[in-house]
Design a protein around this ligand. Structure first.
Ligand SMILES: [Zn+2]
Length: 240
């Protein structure tokens, strides 16, 4: 390992950074749990949103179908009126017959289409009621969820404030540590199960609970700086 310059104050800052790291992780886990809980609550709301979307799409497509039939019906009625007018002036019996049959067929068709429209009005009313029902249920659920989310937020205000204060502090103090030392510490965090800096007391490393060589202990007590446990390689800190 290349020589990294560090004073006792630097190691103290690393200690603080590490407690911030541990505490932040704990709070993030807690807030993450709260987030997951909110998502579970939102499941019913999402289902209702989907249901509403489908109901609205069905209603829109049926309305469109109704309008198309209505249009066709108007055209057909227009044709019947014209043909009826023509019937009055036709003198040829065969032509009269053909046109008369056409008028009769179209009149029958108009009556069938009118029946379809009548039955569709009922259907459309049902679909509209369905949309209104689901929409109301969705609104109720949304209101419920909003209040639950607000409640959860209020209950975690302290945690969220603490977390953002720690993020700010971390930013401030990590800049006070030499870059090489900070990188060394971050790397150690990953290899030591997030415990890179540990106390050494009465010659015992509090990372692995083994005795460190007496000479090393004296050195740490005397001059501080950057020292590592020979067993677990953590940075040792002595506050006595
Ligand atoms: Zn150790």
């Amino acid at each position: 390992m290349k020589q990294i310059e560090a004073t006792q104050a630097h190691v103290e800052i690393l200690m603080r950074l590490q407690s911030i790291e541990t505490e932040s992780a704990r709070l993030e886990k807690k807030l993450g749990g709260v987030e997951a809980q909110t998502e579970v609550q939102c499941k019913r709301l999402n289902e209702l949103e989907e249901e509403l979307e489908i109901a609205e799409a069905t209603l829109a497509s049926e309305k469109k179908r109704y309008a198309t039939i209505e249009e066709e019906l108007a055209e057909l009625n227009l044709r019947i009126t014209k043909s009826t007018e023509n019937l009055r002036v036709i003198s040829n019996a065969k032509e009269y017959q053909v046109l008369k049959r056409e008028v009769d067929d179209n009149t029958k068709r108009v009556s069938e289409m009118e029946d379809v429209l009548v039955s569709m009005i009922e259907e459309l009313e049902g679909l509209e009621k369905g949309v209104a029902d689901v929409s109301r249920q969705r609104d109720d659920e949304k209101e419920k969820i909003d209040s639950i989310v607000q409640e959860i937020r209020n209950a975690t205000t302290e945690e969220r404030d603490a977390l953002s204060a720690m993020v700010k502090e971390k930013e401030e103090i990590s800049g006070q540590v030499p870059k090489a030392l900070f990188e060394h510490y971050e790397k150690l965090l990953t290899t030591t199960n997030r415990l890179a800096v540990v106390k050494v007391s009465a010659g015992v490393c509090y990372g692995c609970f083994m005795n460190i060589p007496p000479q090393l202990y004296i050195e740490i007590q005397k001059s501080g700086g950057l020292h590592h446990c020979p067993q677990c390689h953590r940075i040792l800190f002595c506050d006595a």
